[in-house]
Structure formats: C-alpha cells, structure tokens
Design a protein around this ligand. Sequence first.
Ligand code: ADP
Length: 457
Amino acid sequence: MPRTLTFRLTLWYGSIFAISTFSTFLLIYFVLSSGIKRRTDQSLINELKEFSSLMALKGMEATKTQMDLDAESEGVNKIFFRVLSSEGSEIASSNLSSWPPVRVGKAVIKGLKRGSSHVFETLSLPGYSYKVRIIYGHIGPGKIVQIGRSLEDDERFIKMVRQLFGLTMSVMLLLGVLIGWFMGKRAMQGVENVTNTALKISEGALDQRAYVRARGDEVERLATAFNKMLDRIHVLIIEMREITDNIAHDLKTPLTRIRGLVEMGLKRSRCFEEYEGIANQTMEECDRLMRIINTMLDISEADAGAAKLDREEVDMAEIVRDACDLILPIAEAKGLRVTTDLPDHAFLRGDLKKLQRMVINLLDNALKYTPPEGTIRLSIERNQEKVVITISDSGIGISPNDLPRIFDRFYQCDQSRSKGGAGLGLSLARAIARAHGGDITVMSAPDEGSQFTVTLP
Ligand code: ADP
C-alpha cells in the first residue's frame, strides 16, 4: 500500500492541504493577536492620559474616586489602578481586595525615572488564571500611576480562535486526504485496468483486452495503445504458429522421403545400381532440405536490412536481361512467349547477387504458374528517383483470399502445392526489395494472370 501511487497522491494532497491551511491560520493568528495586544496597550495609554489630566485639574481625591468608579464599571477583576510614589510605595489605589498582591516592578520604575513617558509589563499573578498587562506612567510630580488590565477576554478570544483553527485544520486534513484518495483512485483506475488485463494475459487469457471508455485521456490512450499492441502480438503469434507448422510440415516431407529411401535400401540386399539410385534420390532430398534452410537464412539476413547488403553500382536492365536469357530455354520448352521492354541501362546502388535472386524468384514463379501458350512480359521504367521493374504473366492468377498472404513465409496457394516450391520465394524477394529501401506489390485475378511490380530507389 505505501508504495502505490494512490497512497502517495493521497499523502501529497493531505500534506498540501495541511500546510496551506496551517500557514494561512498562522498568519491570521499572528495578525489577530498582535492587533489585540496593540488595542489593549492603546486603551491603557488612553487611561493613563485621562488620569494625568484629571490629576492636574482636580487633584488626588477626584482621581481616586474616578479610579474606583472606572474599576467598578469595568467589572470584577478587569482593571485596577494604583498611585505610587516615585520610590514605588503605594499612595492610593482602586479596590484591590479581589486581586492577588501585585508587585511593583522596580526595574520599570527605574526606566520611568530615566525619562520614558510610560512603560509596559506583562505579569502572571499568583493564583490568577490570566495574565495582566500593566502600564506605568507619570501622573504628577513625584507620582506614578500603575494601571493593570486583565487579559482574560483577549486570552479567551485567542483560545477560541486556536480551537477553531484546530477544528478547521482537522476537517481540511480529512478533506484533503479524502479528495487525494478519490483523485488518485480515479486517475489510477485506468492504469489498474491495464495492469489487470496484462495479468490475465500473463495467466494465459490471450484474448483479453483493456476496457476503453472513450474519454480520451492519457491513461486511456495508454489502454488503446496497449490493446493495439496486443492485437499486433496476437497476429504475430498466429503467424509464428503457422510458420512453425509450415516449417515442420516442409521439413517433414523430405525427411520422410529420405527415411523411406533408406528403409527401402535396408529391407533386402540390392545390386550396386539400385543402391546408387537410392543414394542419388537421398542426396536430392537432402539438397531440397538444404535449399529450404538456406532460403530461410537468406530471408533472415535480408530482413536484417541494409546493413547486410554488399552495395555496388548495378545495372537493373542487365540483371533482368541475363535472367531472361537464363529462363528462355525453359520458357520455350514450355511453349511460353517472353517479351521484354527494357532500357539500355537502369543503374542503381544495390547488392548484385541479391537483386539477381529477387528477379529470378519472380521469373521462376511466372514460369511455374503460367500454363503453355501463355505470355510473360518484362519491363523497366525509370526516373531520377526510382527504377520500377514489372513482371507480368497471363497465368493462373491468385485469388483475392490468398493475395494478402503470398509474401508470408511458407505460404502457398492450394493449387501451387504440387509445383515443388516451399513458399519462400516471394518472402525472400520482398525482403531483398525492402532491404534496398524499395518494395514489391502485386495485382492479380484468378485465370487472368498476375503482375508483380518491384520499386527500387
Ligand atoms: P512457391 O515456392 O510456392 O512459388 P512463393 O513464395 O514464390 O512460393 O509464392 C507463394 C505463392 O504465391 C505460390 O505458392 C503461388 O501460389 C503464388 N504465386 C506466386 N507467384 C505467382 C504467379 N506469378 N502467378 C500465380 N500465383 C503465384
């Protein structure tokens, strides 16, 4: 739990809420308490001024009466007044019977003697729950007044503020944590959805997909990308499975034949010629096996891309002409017409051997899949950017179902299985074209012939 993102988000939200509320309240608290203090001090200064002028105008008796009246009107233990001599001994005071004894601050009196108009002091009186703010000031020649105001109301108010602060802080903290948890849960829901799907897939449910709600947020884009990746992997797995099935099948056939041949040889003793025949057939089957394996290796190499190419300046027109010369006797023997429309040269940088192999593979197919009396056409078009080689035939064509798959490894259309190929020729041709930065496309319809177009940069 402490490692989860939801938990950490909750913690962040809680902390941010707590810190911001705490600092706001701290600020309010200080502004408030210093304001209250200033107000109390000001009221004490006012009292001091009032009594100084009263003393000057009406004398000691009137001042004492006014002091009693003021102390009484404020309420019990709210304010007291004392007139002191310049040495600090009491001359007169309001009723102090309900107050604990209040000492006279000698240091304060010294301060007054040094010329200050008034001096403040805050005292904790024994047996009295609240602090008392005291002002000392001159009230007449050789006379000092001491006015003490209980801070009861102020302290009560500040305490209330503190309690309110504590309460609000707890509520805010709880709210912060709840909101954080809710937001975290909501944000992580999508991720959890993807995680759960991934877990189910790892347990074997390959068809599982992450639920997408079409809200279009980042997590959902992750889920969509994840699903797309799964679809692609699914297709790849199916293809891989088919390829392995095909490999197994294609390797099994020659091996079965080899085994049959060996078994035949072992069954009874034979003459030399018979053994020679068996050995020759065995060798042919072995060669077939080797060819399949080598072609697979060639495809892998071509798939590795341009890095494996042995590039040089090659003339595509010459490659196609040579290939044409090579197949011409077979074509003629089969009664096929071969026509060409080739420029003198079509230079490009490429791997001569691989390009020859690509053209031969395409021509070989045209030969194989075109019945007698058919036509094979070869042409090259070129411009500054590319060389386009077209090999078309009037052969059996390819059905729309097979068309998208003929470039897959080991893929053979049903009617071609008997023709002796292994379904690797087109895969290799396309891998070679792509390694050169080009591609091969096909257009075909059953019984109408096929047209393979190689584009090379
Ligand atoms: P194969 O060894 O079977 O020829 P390829 O990879 O060369 O393997 O071709 C794959 C399949 O594509 C072939 O089995 C065949 O059915 C089809 N095909 C390829 N070229 C042609 C063509 N020119 N005409 C008709 N079908 C073709």
